[in-house]
Write a protein that binds this ligand. Structure first.
Ligand SMILES: Cc1ncc(COP(=O)(O)O)c(C=O)c1O
Length: 442
C-alpha cells in the first residue's frame, strides 16, 4: 500500500477510456443508461455493482469516496451534500426513535442545533458530556444508548478528547464511536487508528481547502460487529423486506453500515454530493498534506504570538504548554492539531465588534479550513443558538474569537491581529499602532 502523500493523489482513480484524462472527469449526469432490462433489474436489486441514479452514486463522487476511505483507512465511504448531512446521516442510521446518543459538549454549533432540536423532535435523546472526562461518558450510558459522538479537534476551542479511552468506554457499552474529524483531516489524525468506528467530515473545510464547495463524507472502519447483537441492531442484522428479505450484515458483511447509509438514508432523504463538488474535493485532497503542514505551522506561530500579547486573556491552542489537551496533542497528534483555534480578548465583550471590524486580512466569515485566514465570534455567530448553559459547557465566552489560520505569510497575519488588538484595546493604544501595518489588503 502506498504512503498517504501518494494515496491523496492516486487512490480511487486510474486514467481510462479512449482519452485517459489524468484528472478525474466530472460525470455531470443524473442517471445511467442500462444496457438491457436484466441489468437494470440486477442493479435495482443491488445484486450487481454499478450506478442507477446519481442520488445514491456517481462515478466522480465514487472516486472521492474511495480516495478519502483510503486516506482514513476505512472499508469505504459515502459522500454527502454537506458536513451537516454527513453528521445527520451517520447518526440517524444508528439511532431509531426511542434510542439515545452520548455526545461531546464541545461541538460545532450546527451539530448542537441538530442534536438539540431535530433529534429531539425525532424522539432521539442526547446527553452532552465533557469530552475530556471519559468517566462521564460511561456514566451517561443507558440501555437504549446506540452511539458515542465527538469531534477529534473540537470547534471552536480545539480541545482533544482521549479517543482510545472513549472508544474503550463505548465498546464496553456495546456501541460504536462516530468521530467528526473535520478540523483534523487524515493528514494529521486518523481516528480509526485510535478506536473510532465511523469518521465523518465536512469536506467543505480543509479537504476542499479553498472555500469553494459544500460537501461531506461518512467513512466506515468496518470494525464494529453489528451482527454480534442482532436485537440491538435490527436495521442491520435482521432480514429487511427492502433488501430482498435478507439482512444487510448478511449481504454486505463489514460494509453493512455504509450500505444502510447509502441505500436507505441517502436514498430516502437525498442529501447527495454534487459531482462538480466531488471533483473539487479530489483536487483539494491532492495537496492535503502540504496545506495542512503549512496551516498547522502558521497557526502555532500565531497562537504563540497571541499568548504573549497583553490584549489577549487566554489562547485555546493544544500546541501551547499548559493547555489542558497539551499531553494528548503530544501523544496523538505528532504533526500538530491544525489551524482552527480560539482566544479570549482581555478587554471584555465590548471589544469584540471593534476588534473584528478592524481586521483587514482575516475575513469575518462563518467558515473554517480555507486558504484565506478567517475570524468569527462563536457566541453571536456559529454557536449563537446554544443556550447559555450549552455555551458554558462548550467553554465559549462572550470574548472568545475563533480563528482559522490560512496559507498567507504568518508575519502578515500577526501584523493584522496586532493592529486589530490595538484598536480593540482603545483609542490610545490604537493611535500607537504601527502605521505601516495598517491599510486594506488588495
Ligand atoms: C466540525 C464541523 N462539523 C460539521 C460541520 C458542518 O459542515 P457543512 O458546513 O459542510 O455542512 C462544520 C461546519 O462548520 C464543522 O465545523
Amino acid at each position: 500500500m502506498h504512503h498517504p502523500a501518494t494515496q491523496q493523489i492516486h487512490a480511487g482513480y486510474a486514467p481510462e477510456g479512449p482519452h485517459h484524462p489524468v484528472a478525474v472527469p466530472v460525470h455531470q449526469s443524473t442517471a445511467y443508461r442500462f444496457p438491457d432490462h436484466a441489468t437494470a433489474v440486477a442493479l435495482f436489486r443491488q445484486e450487481a455493482p454499478g450506478f442507477t441514479y446519481s442520488r445514491t452514486g456517481n462515478p466522480t463522487v465514487a472516486a472521492f469516496e474511495a480516495r478519502l476511505a483510503a486516506l482514513e483507512g476505512g472499508v469505504g465511504a459515502v459522500g454527502t451534500a454537506s458536513g451537516q448531512s454527513a453528521v445527520a446521516l451517520a447518526l440517524l442510521a444508528l439511532l431509531p426513535a426511542g434510542t439515545h446518543l452520548v455526545a461531546s459538549s464541545q461541538l460545532y454549533g450546527g451539530t448542537v442545533d441538530l442534536l438539540t432540536d431535530t433529534f429531539g423532535d425525532l424522539g432521539i435523546a442526547v446527553t452532552s458530556v465533557d469530552p475530556a472526562d471519559p468517566g462521564a461518558w460511561t456514566a451517561a450510558v443507558r440501555p437504549e444508548t446506540r452511539a458515542f459522538f465527538l469531534e477529534a479537534v473540537t470547534n471552536p476551542l480545539a480541545t482533544l478528547p482521549d479517543l482510545p479511552a472513549l472508544a474503550d468506554a463505548a465498546h464496553a457499552a456495546g456501541v460504536p464511536v462516530v468521530v467528526d474529524a473535520t478540523l483534523a483531516t487524515p493528514a494529521l489524525y486518523r481516528p480509526l487508528e485510535h478506536g473510532a468506528d465511523v469518521v465523518v467530515h465536512s469536506a467543505t473545510k480543509f479537504l476542499g481547502g479553498h472555500g469553494a464547495a459544500l460537501g461531506g463524507a461518512i467513512v466506515d472502519g468496518g470494525t464494529f460487529d453489528f451482527g454480534a447483537d442482532p436485537e440491538r441492531w435490527p436495521r442491520l442484522a435482521w432480514p429487511q423486506a427492502r433488501f430482498g428479505g435478507r439482512s444487510l450484515v448478511e449481504r454486505h458483511g463489514r460494509s453493512a453500515y455504509l450500505a444502510l447509509v447509502r441505500a436507505r438514508f441517502l436514498h430516502d432523504l437525498g442529501p447527495s454530493l454534487a459531482p462538480a463538488s466531488a471533483a473539487h474535493f479530489l483536487q483539494g485532497l491532492e495537496t492535503l498534506q502540504l496545506r495542512m503542514a503549512r496551516h498547522t505551522a502558521s497557526a502555532l506561530t500565531v497562537a504563540e504570538h497571541l499568548a504573549a500579547h497583553p490584549a489577549v486573556a487566554r489562547v485555546h491552542h493544544p500546541g501551547l504548554p499548559g493547555h489542558p489537551s497539551a499531553g494528548l496533542a503530544a501523544r496523538d497528534f505528532p504533526h500538530g492539531t491544525g489551524s482552527v483555534f480560539s482566544f479570549d480578548l482581555a478587554a471584555g465583550p465590548g471589544a469584540v465588534g471593534p476588534f473584528l471590524d478592524a481586521l483587514a486580512l482575516f475575513q469575518l466569515v462563518a467558515n473554517v479550513g480555507d486558504a484565506r485566514s478567517l475570524a468569527c465570534h462563536p457566541a453571536t455567530m456559529t454557536h449563537c443558538r446554544l443556550s447559555p448553559e450549552q455555551r458554558v459547557a462548550a467553554g465559549i465566552a462572550e470574548t472568545t474569537i475563533r480563528l482559522s489560520v490560512g496559507l498567507e505569510d504568518p508575519a502578515d497575519l500577526i501584523a493584522d491581529l496586532d493592529r486589530a488588538l490595538a484598536v480593540a484595546a482603545g483609542p490610545v493604544a490604537a493611535s500607537a499602532a504601527p502605521v505601516a501595518a495598517a491599510g486594506a489588503v488588495r
